[in-house]
Design a protein around this ligand. Sequence first.
Ligand SMILES: Cc1cc2nc3c(=O)[nH]c(=O)nc-3n(C[C@H](O)[C@H](O)[C@H](O)COP(=O)(O)OP(=O)(O)OC[C@H]3O[C@@H](n4cnc5c(N)ncnc54)[C@H](O)[C@@H]3O)c2cc1C
Length: 92
Amino acid sequence: MFSRAASFGATAVAKVEKVAVSRWSTDPLIRGAMAVGTPGAGAGRRAFAEPVGRLTLAGEYTSLDGWGTLAGAFASGEIAAERAIRVTGGPA
Ligand SMILES: Cc1cc2nc3c(=O)[nH]c(=O)nc-3n(C[C@H](O)[C@H](O)[C@H](O)COP(=O)(O)OP(=O)(O)OC[C@H]3O[C@@H](n4cnc5c(N)ncnc54)[C@H](O)[C@@H]3O)c2cc1C
């Protein structure tokens, strides 16, 4: 079972004043949507991460180690932006 004290330390937990819990599956604006590859298909993300000519995709689904996360999406955006700068020679 998850323990805040074990994860963050008792000192940090003692400083928490207010807690909000998300219920993604019952939130009418979210409805719990999440796309996940089938078991064994994760390596297919590599194909999404490969540029095709001048086209480079960015998004969490292109990340091999950060798929499904904001961190993966952010990192993929940086990689795509760097490629775009390289391919186009940068801003005019
Ligand atoms: C309920 C839920 C909870 C989550 N919780 C966490 C969490 O706690 N921590 C975490 O790290 N990650 C979490 N995630 C995952 C995280 O939100 C995603 O991994 C991340 O937002 C993906 O970013 P992205 O830029 O790849 O895609 P998106 O954020 O989906 O951005 C894609 C954008 O493209 C736009 N778009 C789509 N089609 C078109 C089109 N044809 N033309 C123009 N625009 C278009 C969309 O409107 C959208 O704005 C959660 C996801 C969900 C659904």
